[in-house]
Write a protein that binds this ligand. Structure first.
Ligand SMILES: N[C@@H](CCC(=O)N[C@@H](CS)C(=O)NCC(=O)O)C(=O)O
Length: 286
């Protein structure tokens, strides 16, 4: 069936990456509309009148235009993409209802699910480790861009977080809040991946989400967490995810903020890394 797809997305956005990877997994052609987000750039495409009026009144990406229909929220977008016929014969969602239920739980846990507080799931924990970069980007914005966030951003939670980062500093405080939960989640993942190449056996939507989350950890110079001898299943899984062509096409081929990331980490490794590694070792030996 012929369909016209336009993706409104940001290069450096976890949920945009998820949708791009899904599109490449399915082998679907799409038109790209790059949006520069208000916390990254003075351009603030997500606060433009046209975007708010016609694409997404909540000012977030990704959004997929599927023929004339506007489809929002990455998890739902990927479900819809899975129903489309692309060049590749792959299903990101299984047929079996029991497996579907299991996958639904994993998907909710591995992305930015609306209604789930930041830091309460794997998918909402990983972005917290990026606070260092986001804060530096926000502090570089013009004051007029901050005013635009104050007056135009429709989401109160985001607005407050961005303003806190601009006027104060959150980057040293945020990561440690999730150390223990993150340690538990990684150990649980290790157990779930026993004897499996992917989370449910076959590659699925949840693997896409984790590919993007793990990639974010590598950008934050925390890849050693995914290569620990104490977590061999996670290490093997990460190799399997990185080997997919969709990883290159959907994530690595859309670089952003490379200079800034280099600047942040040129003084050494991520300070969160050693603490979390020690916690994992401690927990596994107790
Ligand atoms: N639940 C939504 C979350 C979307 C979301 O939070 N997108 C972020 C980028 S990953 C965004 O657009 N942020 C811009 C802002 O809040 O101003 C989804 O899965 O699509």
């Amino acid at each position: 069936m012929n369909q016209e797809l336009t993706l409104y997305h940001a290069h450096w956005s976890l949920c945009s990456q998820m949708v791009r990877v899904a599109l490449y997994e399915k082998g679907l052609q799409f038109k790209s509309e790059r949006i520069k987000l208000c916390d990254h750039s003075d351009e603030a495409g997500n606060l433009a009148d046209d975007f708010l009026k016609n694409i997404n009144p909540t000012a977030v990406v990704p959004v997929l235009k599927l023929n004339d229909e506007i489809v929002r929220d990455s998890a739902y977008i990927i479900e819809r993409i899975d129903d489309l016929e692309g060049d590749n014969e792959i299903n990101l969602w299984p047929q079996d209802p029991l497996k579907r239920r299991e996958l639904k739980k994993w998907v909710e846990d591995t992305t930015i699910t609306e209604g789930v507080g930041m830091g309460k799931s794997l998918g909402t924990m990983v972005p917290l480790f990026s606070t260092g970069l986001i804060e530096d980007l926000i502090k570089n914005l013009k004051f007029s861009s901050i005013l635009r966030i104050i007056f135009k951003h429709p989401r109160r939670d985001r607005k407050i977080a961005f303003l806190m980062m601009y006027f104060f500093s959150l980057k040293q405080k945020i990561g440690p809040i999730v150390y223990n939960r993150f340690t538990r989640e990684l150990i649980a993942l290790e157990e779930n991946l026993k004897d499996k190449n992917f989370l449910l056996g076959e590659f699925s939507h949840a693997d896409i989400n984790l590919m993007c989350c793990f990639n974010r950890l590598t950008e934050m110079k925390m890849e050693n967490l995914l290569e620990m001898k104490e977590l061999p299943n996670v290490a093997n899984y990460w190799q399997n995810l990185k080997a997919r062509t969709s990883y290159q096409k959907g994530i690595l081929d859309y670089p952003d903020h490379e200079e800034m990331l280099k600047k942040i980490f040129n003084s050494g490794p991520n300070p969160h890394l050693e603490v979390i590694q020690n916690k994992i070792i401690e927990k596994l030996s107790s």
